[in-house]
Write a protein that binds this ligand. Structure first.
Ligand SMILES: [Zn+2]
Length: 183
């Protein structure tokens, strides 16, 4: 995740997400912990952007490329689940959000846009970006997460959000899956 991307001309939601990423760099840079995912949410006029960073172990129970048919099948099922962004991130209906774009990155799973080659360490994460366009993004008072339902090994989600009202942090423990964006 490149902090300098904030200096490039960018759509404001992207800029917000980049700034958020830099602000939380120390937090995000710590070694990943199995059972824990980090989530960054940026609310901007007309958009809600979500970035999920999750250890592959939480998704698959291993952190390398799949080695046999059973593992490949498991990986495919996980990827299919991760593409259902509208189910994983249920934004307040009043905001009128629709999922526009999903980008999944994992070198181990052979997903495009992966920044690094696989096998550089014994740990591996999957990074996912979701971009929603919203009729009334200021009405996005909460996001209900489907992540605990989808991924049984996931226990905790560390959330940072940047909204027009300010920045907030929250830690969700299973089964609490609601992120309040308005205080
Ligand atoms: Zn790991």
């Amino acid at each position: 995740m490149a902090c300098e991307s904030a200096a490039r001309p960018a759509l404001s939601w992207l800029l917000a997400l980049s700034l958020l990423a830099c602000a939380g760099a120390a937090w995000a840079a710590k070694p990943h912990q199995h059972g824990v995912a980090t989530l960054q949410i940026a609310v901007d006029p007309g958009h809600v952007s979500v970035r999920l960073d999750i250890p592959l172990d939480n998704l698959l129970g291993f952190e390398r490329a799949p080695r046999n048919d059973a593992e490949r099948e498991r990986a495919q099922a996980v990827v299919a689940q991760l593409r259902k962004g509208a189910e994983l991130f249920r934004i307040d209906a009043a905001a009128g959000c629709t999922l526009q774009r999903t980008v999944l990155r994992s070198a181990e799973l052979g997903l495009p846009d992966a920044a690094a080659a696989p096998g550089r360490s014994e740990h591996a994460d999957l990074e996912a970006d979701y971009e929603f366009s919203c009729r009334d993004s200021h009405k996005a008072g909460a996001v209900s997460l489907g992540l605990f339902d989808a991924f049984a090994r996931l226990q905790r989600i560390e959330v940072q959000a940047l909204t027009p009202r300010g920045q907030l942090r929250a830690v969700l423990q299973r089964p609490n899956s609601r992120v309040a964006l308005a205080r």
